[in-house]
Design a protein around this ligand. Sequence first.
Ligand SMILES: [Mg+2]
Length: 269
Amino acid sequence: MTASTFSSVEQIVAAITAVREHPVLLLTDFDGTLCEFKDAPDAVILSPPRRLALSALAARPTWSVGIVSGRRAADVRQRAGLRGSAYYAGLHGMEIDGPDKQFQVPDLGALHDEIQRLGNALADATASFPGALLENKDLSVALHVRAASPRDRQHAERSFWTLARPMIEAGTLRLQRGECVFELLPNIAWDKGDAVRWIEADARHRHGAAAFPIYLGDDRTDEHAFDAVGDRGLTVVVGSRPSRAQYRLPDPAAIERLLTRLATPHAPH
Ligand SMILES: [Mg+2]
């Protein structure tokens, strides 16, 4: 089952509350799913109602909560500001900070110096295009073009390609395209789906039973996570992009309504 039209929050709440026999593992993307996009990624922070709802769900003894993001794990932890323990998967799942355990894909830091050199060159080459922003995540670099005019976007993308192509063609870096963002990552075969499987295994160990997985996401990179969850759990895509998720909500405000309803099951609606 995939969602071609928008679902109602109540429909999703009903499907989740019908799950009684398992612990629940709620995993969500951050930008574009939990939080509205901003021109500067640095300006995004989880709003208090969403923080409260996620913290309340994380505090339930049979629930685990996690955020799976393209940001660094420490960055997303700080921007979420959740109370209690949760999973924070950064760099599209290549690093995971869990309640009792940490994970990093082998050799993640091996290209650090090359990525920094490329990042500096990319920052110089794209600095003259207003609205184009180069984000340095230490182990990856991302060009954001959300705030750029179509013409500046085209020029910035062309400069980016010229400098990045040799390392992509050599197989050392891979290009991850997102919503108005081009990111260069170490070319390691590991995605958000692998991160979901790692977290599920760890949560099974912590709860002593397999958890019912829920995944919320908006971007192409989240499709790997939707596939990892499949029909064993529940998946929700945010926005109108074609997706393999089971349910669809229009925007992060609808995700807020979903989280608030789940956290306060008897609230009027
Ligand atoms: Mg996103």
